[in-house]
Design a protein around this ligand. Structure first.
Ligand code: NI
Length: 208
């Protein structure tokens, strides 16, 4: 393994993210306690569906639907390219997990769905995903399309209150969860920020 094969962590921090790091880390909600967020199959004993239909635009400009991915397992992560720390780390973990899985990962489609569609155009997404696993697909869309996708996955996101006046340099608060979805489009499990690539690979592998 080449641990630094993927990722923008160093690059992004080098661009001035260090000052932001101390508090942005706390703005990634990795647990089931995030406001408006459910990451498990149940809330208070009631069954909650995770995942569902969406229509988005991939980083090549192609319109894609959730149903297009039937027959592949999905690793779905919501974040944004301007994120200074956790998002690139999570995408690096996904990339390295796919490397660990080797040829078996050919039936796994990793998806990076932006929760910041106003800045994350297909062009921006294309450049960003190129730093990670070659199979990683970046998805964006209209704010309404992103909202539909995020709601389907019970993902919370909002502009960070402390950077609301930062104009183009605002940050986003968002759930930081990697979802594993079955070939039939059904939620299987999820991973939080504490899960490294080895754990992700070990838990995804038996499903493949
Ligand atoms: Ni992030």
């Amino acid at each position: 393994m080449k641990p630094l094969q993927y990722g923008l962590v160093g690059v992004v921090l080098g661009l001035g993210g260090v000052a932001l790091l101390s508090y942005t880390g706390a703005r990634h909600e990795a647990s089931t306690t995030a406001p408006g967020t459910a990451t498990s199959g149940t809330i208070s004993g009631a069954s909650v569906k995770i995942g569902g239909p969406f229509e988005l635009v991939d980083h090549t400009g192609r319109v894609v639907h959730e149903s297009d991915f039937r027959g592949k397992f999905l690793l779905v992560y919501f974040g944004y390219t301007f994120c200074p720390d956790v998002c690139p780390t999570e995408l690096q973990d996904i990339s390295m997990a796919l490397d660990i899985l080797g040829p078996r990962a050919s039936i796994v489609q990793p998806l990076f769905i932006t929760i910041d569609p106003e800045r994350d155009t297909p062009e921006i997404m294309a450049d960003y995903v190129s730093h990670f696993h070659p199979s990683l697909l970046g998805l964006t869309g209209t704010p309404e399309q992103i909202d539909t996708a995020a709601r389907a996955y019970r993902v919370y996101y909002a502009r960070d209150a402390e950077t609301l006046e930062a104009q183009d340099n605002y940050l986003m608060t968002h759930s930081s969860i990697i979802f594993l979805i079955s070939k039939k489009g059904e939620y299987l499990t999820h991973f939080g920020v504490a899960s490294g690539p080895e754990e992700i690979a070990a838990k995804v592998g038996p499903y493949l």
